[in-house]
Design a protein around this ligand. Structure first.
Ligand SMILES: [Zn+2]
Length: 178
């Protein structure tokens, strides 16, 4: 399987010095196709490291050495380990400073995120393959989570994705809020 690389990269910034990148956050991007996803993300200043289209082609959009803007206000394994407050305001934003983007890789699958739109086998296979590839080059990777687990009440993606299958086949640990 091969990865398509887009140029220029989507929005990103350098990672801070000693950040251990140990988490993959899975998302869904509702859009017509890959090109409209890119146009949409550019307009919003958002980004993922990888977008996997419905045909099962992974598109590299930001190098993993940089931070991509995919999880926003979110609470993940580092916040849990630090004892960050889980308090959320009325918009489901965490009140204390959180930074899941800092230590994660964002992978999004093109999907309507309605729980009905299927994730074709080629897309699932590509997602699993991509994660295994990342795991072999980035040995610090430990957790896999979803946008709905790190941003509960605010985000629902990727709805309907078989996380158990992905966890089982990649050997990463599922991270979800207690
Ligand atoms: Zn998302």
């Amino acid at each position: 399987m091969s990865v398509e690389t887009i140029q220029p990269w989507l929005a990103h910034r350098p990672r801070r010095g000693a950040t251990l990148v140990d988490t993959i956050v899975l998302h869904a991007t509702p859009c017509e196709d890959f090109d409209s996803a890119i146009a949409q993300l550019k307009g919003l200043g958002l980004s993922y490291h990888y977008i996997i289209d419905k045909m099962g082609i992974p598109h590299k959009c930001v190098p993993y050495s940089a931070v991509a803007f995919h999880a926003g206000n979110s609470f993940g394994p580092h916040e849990a380990a630090r004892g960050t407050s889980r308090e959320q305001d009325i918009h489901s934003n965490f009140v204390e400073l959180t930074s899941v983007n800092e230590y994660s890789i964002g992978i999004s699958l093109v999907n309507n995120n309605d729980g009905v739109d299927p994730f074709p086998k080629a897309q699932m296979d590509a997602c699993i393959w991509m994660i295994k590839e990342l795991k072999s080059s980035l040995t610090s990777l430990k957790y896999i989570t979803t946008h709905y687990w790190v941003s509960p009440g605010r985000c629902t993606d990727p709805q309907g994705l078989d996380i158990v299958k992905i966890v089982t086949q990649t050997g990463l640990e599922a991270w979800m809020p207690n």
